[in-house]
Design a protein around this ligand. Sequence first.
Ligand code: KIV
Ligand code: ZN
Length: 390
Amino acid sequence: MTTVSDKNRVLIFDTTLRDGEQSPGATMSHTEKLEIASLLDEMGVDIIEAGFPIASQGDFEAVSEIAKNSKNSVICGLARASFNDIDRCMEAVKHAAQPRIHTFIGTSPLHRDITALSMDAMADKIHDTVTHARNLCDNVQWSPMDAIRTEHDYLCRVVEIAIKAGATTINIPDTVGYTIPRESSDIIKMLLERVPGADEIVFATHCHNDLGMATANSLAAVEAGARQIECTINGLGERAGNTALEEVVMALKVRNDIMPYATKIDTTKIMNISRRVSQVSGFVVQPNKAIVGKNAFAHESGIHQDGMLKNAETFEIMRPADVGLSGTSLPLGKHSGRAALRAKLEELGFELGDNQLKDVFVRFKELADRKKEVMDDDVIALMQDAGSES
Ligand code: KIV
Ligand code: ZN
């Protein structure tokens, strides 16, 4: 069972292979799933949600195989609130050194309507299914789906039932990405204050990004006492996606001064896994995506490039090497200044005096006005033209 020895240690629960794969069009092959799971394991992810075993034979096999191969991570499978689902899930995760069953049911009024269960009937079902899961496995996570839109009194009641039935982690999903940081924090605080036994288990936060606040909401939950963040690589996931692993992990690292919480993620492995997930899912990472976008460590404007050449801290709050990149990039474009052009020329082996640089800079600006980005070959061509004219 996962225990938090240090009260400020935050567990990272990656669900790229389950919630991430639920993105329309993001299906991964069996081999690709095994590869991603092994990269997650190597980078220090505490819990890997490997799939939804009852969903298909393929999912069952992927979860079983990942469970067999896992080295350090807890391997978790998802199951609805049904004995069949839970049994199938256990069948798949049982091969892991550290298996976990994650069972859930929608508890908000909308979901109770759909399942046609009264509050009492649902409470009984939660008791029975969590008890069943706990009889099979020591490590049980329970989620009240759509927790954020569930009445607070009912949420407290069902969380207490799940804890008494043996859940070791209680996940509070913002299933539809509806919450804001203050509310995300208040709900965790409320549960910790009101639910008997709440201090004996781990609270998790599971946010979706429909309003672009998944990272902020996850961090707010941690500040209120949650100690597990559920997330995916590149923020892959249903609709606008889930909380991005790279964002919460780097935020906790970079702002450790005011958020003194630690994960055990080796952040230098972030870029590699981000690229692999993008390749296998077919989901291209937007250039301005925080942490892993192509432009996350690129500076084009003259003032920024000049500052970066003098002291990288002027315009970078983390080092590219922290996420596994070899360096900052200073792409040349129409906003670039003389300092960046000189640095590029030197990198390409051209040593120019001030007057020569002035000439080349004029030509460079003319070219940059026509081209979005001036590449190394363009700079070399500029130098060749300058040589043939002199
Ligand atoms: O978003 C959600 O509510 C989920 C649950 C299955 C935990 O993914
Ligand atoms: Zn989800």
